[in-house]
Design a protein around this ligand. Structure first.
Ligand code: AMP
Length: 503
């Protein structure tokens, strides 16, 4: 079987009466969730969506949105989840680039986004709110459920996930059915999922962590999912007693640790805490173990390659490392020029395996540039493999990616916007250590000769233009930016200079 939704649907129809998703006030049995997926597929069919098309959604997290994802796969189309923080201009770019047949947005954004979608050539715009209401719901009511599942091969497209681009433009990473199904199966196995596991799902579903890692593994395993609309320590603590598995970004763990109710007693029954999407500080790992007696399992992955490495389920989980490559995945440390570094040396992490994506949507040159001739994908992360035990550590990001609360921010995108403002000569955007977000975005701006700039005014004008998490939390106006002999701005010097700003 190579079709992700076929595998998940088979599990859902196995035992229709079991609880598949428990969202508190509303509960879906496996049969009910499967029926919602068929209903979503029926509505898409009625709108003319066919194999090879795309369906985009920028909606709040909801079980109906999850059903839309699997319904999209059922009819053979690819799903395009969009971060709910993205603003009008960003949405316009994604819709124009991916050309989806259907775009589902939040009812509150409809007035603004419907013309954007129309300009991008999208045929159908529907709405869906966090409670499952909206014109998408009407569409489902009007359509018959669609029971067949389109035949999809391992190389057929299941999703397009946009990553920020270092050259200013986002790239759509194409995930295939083979990528998603193989990765979900590997995780079910490696993380020892049991039939009676219950996952507490607090992650957003516009990102691979919440959408693929958390949802696909649990549904493929036939686990119950306790569904939270977002991460909120109160809600997590309330539902934790019913869960056995929790997945989070490091920020979630630091927040839970700052709550005195998060104790050894409160977590005693838990089988597994997983962390990823950003580096987990050794400090957090150790504080977590002191508090709960449990060691967080840290894993490493990315949009383009799904999950790549994981600390072991049984065996030493080492703080500051991401464990070993998952079964079936090859990883090497490249020297940046096609060669390979010795164990213990730092270089660029390169990976190959069924998890590696099919390339960037409509960007063959960019795709070609990110692969070695022998099929290894150049991740852009810097890392090292321990000479003795083979554990991998991710030491930094080659392209100065900033990870703010688990979300990627590429400095160049923000620098370009600030550089285009009146009176600005040049900008350097950097990530600085932040106790809550892991890293926070900050900017250092050099004015044009004679121009007077105001950091707060720059930040204010960025707010409507880009997602809030990308807007610098501090902006310094300086006479000059530090440069090396080659004229390049030395961001490491800036990071050092301002490193204590948020601590
Ligand atoms: P995304 O595509 O949003 O999942 O972001 C992927 C990037 O997050 C990777 O390329 C890494 O730079 C970073 N990342 C993910 N997991 C880890 C981890 N456990 N430790 C360090 N960096 C990580």
């Amino acid at each position: 079987m190579t079709n992700l939704v076929e595998a998940i649907s088979a599990k859902l129809t196995d035992d229709k009466a079991r609880v598949a998703i428990d969202a508190g006030e509303r509960v879906w049995t496996a049969g009910a969730f499967d029926a919602d997926i068929r209903a979503a597929a029926g509505a898409l069919k009625r709108l003319g969506v066919k194999k090879g098309d795309r369906v985009a959604a920028q909606v709040e997290k909801s079980v109906e949105a999850a059903a839309l994802f699997f319904g999209t796969l059922r009819v053979g189309a690819a799903f395009l989840p969009l971060n709910s923080a993205y603003q009008k201009a960003e949405i316009g770019y994604f819709l124009g680039d991916a050309e989806p047949t259907v775009f589902v947005c939040d009812p509150k954004d409809h007035a603004v986004l419907a013309p954007v979608a129309a300009a991008a050539g999208v045929q159908h715009v529907r709405t869906l709110d966090s409670d499952g209401r909206g014109t998408w719901h009407d569409e489902i009511e009007a359509a018959d459920p669609y029971d067949p599942i389109e035949t999809m091969g391992a190389n057929d497209l299941a999703g397009i996930l946009y990553t920020s681009g270092t050259t200013g433009r986002s790239k759509g990473a194409m995930a295939t059915h083979g990528n998603l199904l193989s990765n979900a199966r590997t995780l079910v196995d490696s993380w020892g999922f049991r039939p009676d596991d219950v996952l507490l799902h607090a992650l957003p579903t516009f990102h691979i962590h919440g959408l693929f890692v958390a949802l696909n593994t649990s549904l493929l395993n036939g686990s119950t999912i306790l569904w939270l609309p977002k991460f909120d320590p109160d809600a997590v603590l309330e539902r934790l007693p019913e869960a056995t598995v929790f997945m989070g970004v490091p920020t979630y763990y630091t927040r839970l640790l700052s709550d005195p109710r998060f104790t050894r007693e409160a977590t005693r029954h838990m089988r597994l805490f997983v962390s990823g999407s950003a580096p987990l500080l050794v400090d957090t790992f150790e504080a977590f173990e002191r508090r709960t007696g449990q060691r967080i399992l840290e894993r490493y992955g990315m949009t383009e390659a799904g999950m790549i490495c994981s600390n072991p389920l049984a065996g030493p989980r080492r703080a500051g490392t991401v464990g070993k490559p998952l079964p079936g995945i090859e990883l090497r440390i490249g020297d940046g020029e096609g060669g390979v570094r010795k164990p213990g040396e730092v270089g660029v992490i390169e990976v190959r395996g069924p998890n590696v994506f099919a390339g960037y949507w409509r960007m063959p040159e960019k795709t070609a540039a990110e692969f070695r001739a022998d099929g290894f994908f150049i991740t852009g992360d810097m890392g090292t493999i321990d000479a003795e035990d083979g554990y991998v550590s991710v030491v930094g990001r080659a392209k100065d990616l900033i990870i703010c609360g688990g979300l990627n921010v590429y400095p160049k995108e923000i620098e370009d916007v600030i550089d285009a403002m009146d009176g600005v000569q040049e900008t350097a955007v950097i990530g600085l250590p932040h106790p809550d977000f892991g890293e926070a975005v900050a900017a250092v701006v050099k004015p044009r000769p004679g121009a007077a700039l105001d950091g707060a005014a720059i930040a204010a004008s960025l707010k409507g233009e880009m997602a809030n998490f990308k807007v610098p939390k501090r902006i310094w106006i300086v006479d000059d930016l530090p440069r090396n002999a080659m004229g390049k701005v030395q961001k490491n010097v800036l990071r050092d200079q301002y490193k204590d700003t948020f601590q």
